[in-house]
Design a protein around this ligand. Structure first.
Ligand SMILES: NC(=O)c1ccc[n+]([C@@H]2O[C@H](COP(=O)([O-])OP(=O)(O)OC[C@H]3O[C@@H](n4cnc5c(N)ncnc54)[C@H](OP(=O)(O)O)[C@@H]3O)[C@@H](O)[C@H]2O)c1
Length: 327
């Protein structure tokens, strides 16, 4: 495993880390035993950073992470998120009182006195224009409730706005072989300001593992069934916003770029790591075998110019026109 500096936090985090949404909810049936084993396997292989949220299984994901952290002697940095418990989910809800209550709940779930990193959880765009929200987070840092804070964003423009606030140490954004736009302007800006970048949905909800086809079906409680077109939460999250059949066709062409002896999954993750502005990719994994497949991407040598060209061409030919301007 290789480690990269996470913004100005002083932490060096595993470049392939762990996304803990699927072990919470909204991805079909997941057994806690498998989830715990996936987390342990990841830590065995050098993962020291886990991304979760208070709403993943209404605390289930945070509690599993807490359990694993207690069972291990290694230092494990945990990023959680706040804001999505708001109903309705409005900018006004992002106030000091609500944020404090969400943080208190995550402190309990994660069984700790101070949260390592709290990210605003894809708030409405208006929130980025309210300095008082970031002031409230500064107060929580001063109160010793959270060590650092950052944002999880939908759009590149939100990311650019968010990093104008000096307290924002990290940005979580969708970046994968189907979503190239963050690498244009945002990465340079984030690097200039020494902001850490967490690449979320790195496998386009599993599509970039190459295991899906036209007849693949998903459980009724799997967001790949009920949020395919953004019905339940934001468009752009499920399959990273790429139309399913378009994604399948692009995946077939991407196979050409898979390094000898590697998997398409590993190509997808190694491609993300080719960008030095990225601190880490946070693929979800529901069982140890998936975690292992993902983490081994960090062992691959750098992709060749030719492999990078194939990925770029597939994006230009199949994807760009449909998604580039949306986020
Ligand atoms: N708004 C936000 O802030 C936000 C939104 C989305 C995600 N995130 C974060 O980003 C993380 C990653 O994104 P994601 O979980 O949405 O999507 P992802 O990492 O692109 O895909 C994860 C899913 O792909 C499948 N998979 C993973 N590794 C595999 C492998 N080696 N072989 C075959 N299948 C594999 C698993 O599902 P199946 O086995 O069921 O196919 C897994 O749940 C999340 O866990 C969460 O921490 C944050």
């Amino acid at each position: 495993m290789n480690y990269r500096e996470l913004g100005p936090t002083g932490w060096k985090v595993s470049e392939v880390s762990f996304g803990a949404w699927a072990i919470g909810h909204a991805w079909g049936q997941v057994d806690d035993k498998d989830s715990l084993a996936a987390l342990h396997k990841s830590i065995d292989m050098g993962v020291n950073f886990i991304d979760t949220a208070d709403v993943y299984g209404d605390g289930r994901s945070e509690r599993l992470v807490a359990k694993v952290r207690k069972e291990r002697s290694e230092t494990i940095h945990v990023a959680t998120k706040a804001g999505r418990r708001l109903d309705p989910h409005t900018a006004d809800g992002y106030n000091s009182q609500n944020l404090t209550a969400f943080i208190e709940r995550s402190l309990k779930n994660l069984d700790t006195d101070c949260l390592d990193l709290v990210q605003l959880h894809c708030p409405p765009a208006e929130v980025y224009y309210r300095p008082e929200v970031f002031g409230a987070l500064d107060d929580l840092v001063r109160a010793g409730k959270i060590r650092y804070y950052g944002v999880s964003v939908e759009k590149v423009e939100e990311a650019l706005k968010a990093i104008e606030y000096p307290g924002v140490q990290t940005v979580q954004i969708i970046f994968n072989m189907f979503r190239h736009r963050p690498s244009e302007l945002f990465f340079a800006e984030a690097k200039r300001r020494q902001v850490g970048i967490l690449a979320r949905v790195p496998l386009a909800s599993g599509m970039l593992t190459g295991k899906m086809n036209k007849t693949t079906s998903f459980a009724t409680d799997d967001h790949r069934n009920f949020n395919r077109h953004g019905e339940a939460f934001d468009v752009g999250e499920t399959f990273s916003g790429v139309d399913y059949d378009t994604g399948l066709a692009a995946v077939e062409r991407l196979r050409e770029a898979v390094p000898a002896g590697a998997t398409l999954t590993q190509l997808a993750l190694r491609w993300i790591l080719m960008f030095d502005a990225v601190t880490c990719a946070i693929p979800g994994a529901k069982r140890p075998s998936q975690a292992e497949d993902n983490i081994l991407a960090a062992e691959l040598p750098a992709l060749t110019g030719e492999q990078m060209r194939v990925v770029r061409d597939v994006y230009e030919d199949c994807i760009k026109e449909r998604v580039h301007h949306l986020w």
